[in-house]
Design a protein around this ligand. Structure first.
Ligand SMILES: Nc1nc2c(ncn2[C@@H]2O[C@H](COP(=O)(O)OP(=O)(O)OP(=O)(O)O)[C@@H](O)[C@H]2O)c(=O)[nH]1
Ligand SMILES: [Mg+2]
Length: 477
């Protein structure tokens, strides 16, 4: 493989901008030049991918599983994105942020340069290529530290945006509810704060564009003192919204109806399925992160039992930390659900990689032990032969949310899964030091009474069978 690959979309002449019809009346799309990075590693078959999913081991693991060496014994690898696949995902992210792709560059290196990630000579080359296609900004398929971003900007004299900032920008565009907007603004401000020093001038000259948009098309503040003040105000407002949300949840939970949560990689088709099952009209779109705000609707199952279906924000590889914490409250719906439906795009060549990423987030949310159904969506896009070979099994259902294929089977399966996890009334004596068990009970059961004595908590609760199984040793007859 060569040391680096340049690709330039050279249809437009130098300095000329084209806009799609939809953008005709809006500001012209920004032209983004994408920069990917891949680290070479010597390890071959043993690369199983690190838990953190770094580009280094991940890319290698993916290549190894894609091109297995004949006869080589392979450790089961966590499927990961290769640098090319990651760059393809960055393209859709850029598109979702409203940018036009001017060109791209994939750099292969042995290790990152701590100051600029990429060597200075290479950076100049990139700057030249970006200028020749009149790019307005460089998009790095990587997270940059504050100083790396600053150093690179100085070397290339162009705006530099990293992957986290790009995702934050998409979230800012798509947040609709007050809570969603506040959460995104908080994440953006916290991202921006350490990046202000020494960049005051550049930042204040930015005008609009990716990385400067706040939720609801307001411009992000760039004055440090004002940002501190704003962070405090936003946090207070979020607290207020959360209190209301908790009250709403309490009201909802006073009626015994199970919640079924839809989770999955962004663009898997969660909202399309949600709409098909509930006849709601949540925005479903080919843009990534179309849904940010959780929506809950009642659905009647074939058994006539009613459940609440909840549609939430999609997951993505390396979800920025600031966003994970900002969206914790939103994801509580998933933590409280009686059943999780994991929706995947069966037609995507990256289906396995995306599933592995979803597993990772579910683990982080500590819900990997919850009853779960895997829903493989978009089977209408598969070749007929491939489709015929699909078999539903105890934990998997194949559907097409758009064509309505497999939906009645899915509803039956939801019914069955909930039957298997019926709630039981139990009387428990749990030592106070069993924090994890107590937290599990608080999250997953309805508690009727609670008393403390001699380091024990006495509880009267109604918990699903799967939870009762886990706290069995504390149940008193
Ligand atoms: N062909 C086909 N397309 C589908 C199917 N389900 C969803 N899509 C398309 O996939 C795209 C994403 O669908 P959404 O329902 O918005 O996906 P999502 O999982 O809610 O995405 P986020 O909210 O961004 O996380 C849309 O363009 C849908 O029309 C399907 O069964 N078949
Ligand atoms: Mg959605």
């Amino acid at each position: 493989m060569r040391g680096s690959d340049f690709k330039v979309s050279g249809k437009e002449g130098r300095g000329r901008r084209t806009t799609s019809p939809a953008q005709a009346n809006a500001a012209p799309a920004e032209r983004a030049f994408l920069v990917g990075l891949e680290y070479r590693k010597r390890a071959r078959s043993s690369a199983s991918g690190s838990a953190k999913g770094s580009l280094t081991s991940g890319a290698q693991a993916a290549r190894d599983s894609a091109n297995p060496v004949p006869g080589a014994s392979k450790a089961p690898a966590i499927p990961e994105f290769s640098a090319e696949e990651s760059l393809a995902e960055l393209r859709s992210l850029a598109d979702s942020a409203g940018a036009e792709i001017a060109g791209e560059f994939l750099q292969h290196r042995d290790r990152p340069d701590p100051a600029t990630l990429i060597g200075r000579g290479k950076l100049e080359e990139i700057a030249g290529a970006a200028a020749s296609v009149s790019a307005d900004l460089l998009l790095f398929d990587h997270d940059l530290t504050a100083s790396q971003q600053r150093n690179i900007e100085r070397a290339v004299h162009t705006r530099v945006i990293d992957r986290t900032q790009l995702i934050l920008d998409i979230f800012a565009r798509h947040a609709r509810t007050r809570e969603g907007q506040l959460q995104v603004e908080l994440a953006q401000l916290e991202y921006l704060l350490p990046r202000l020093s020494g960049r005051g001038v550049e930042m204040s000259q930015l005008g609009g564009g990716i990385g400067t948009r706040g939720p609801g098309e307001t411009q992000l503040e760039t004055d440090r003192r004002k940002i501190y003040r704003r962070i405090r105000a936003v946090k207070e407002q979020i607290e207020g919204v959360r209190r209301i949300r908790a009250q709403q949840r309490q009201r909802r939970e006073s009626v015994p109806v199970a919640t079924v949560a839809l989770v999955g990689y962004t663009n898997a088709g969660k909202s399309t399925l949600f709409n098909a099952l509930t006849r709601a009209d949540v925005v479903a779109s080919s843009k990534m992160f179309a849904t940010l705000d959780p929506t809950i609707r009642a659905v009647a199952l074939p058994s006539r039992r009613k459940v609440l279906l909840s549609d939430t924000v999609g997951f993505i590889r390396n979800l920025p930390h600031t966003l994970v914490s900002a969206f914790r409250a939103t994801l509580e719906e998933v933590q409280r659900a009686a059943l999780i439906l994991h929706i995947s795009d069966a037609s995507s060549p990256l289906s396995a990689e995306q599933d592995a990423q979803v597993e990772r987030v579910l683990k982080e949310l500590e819900v990997e032990g919850k009853p779960r159904l895997r829903v493989k969506n978009k089977i209408d896009l598969l070749a007929p032969l491939q489709r015929e070979s699909l078999r539903d099994d105890a934990s998997t259902v194949h559907i097409s949310a758009v064509k309505g294929i497999g939906l009645s089977t899915l509803l039956d399966r939801i019914d069955q899964a909930l039957d298997e996890d019926r709630p039981f009334r139990v009387h428990l004596l749990v030592p106070q030091k069993e924090g994890k068990m107590l937290a599990l009970l608080e999250a997953r059961s309805r508690i009727y009474s609670r008393a403390y004595k001699d380091g024990l908590v006495e509880l009267e609760a109604e918990a699903p069978q799967s939870v009762v199984r886990r706290v069995k040793e504390f149940v008193v007859e």
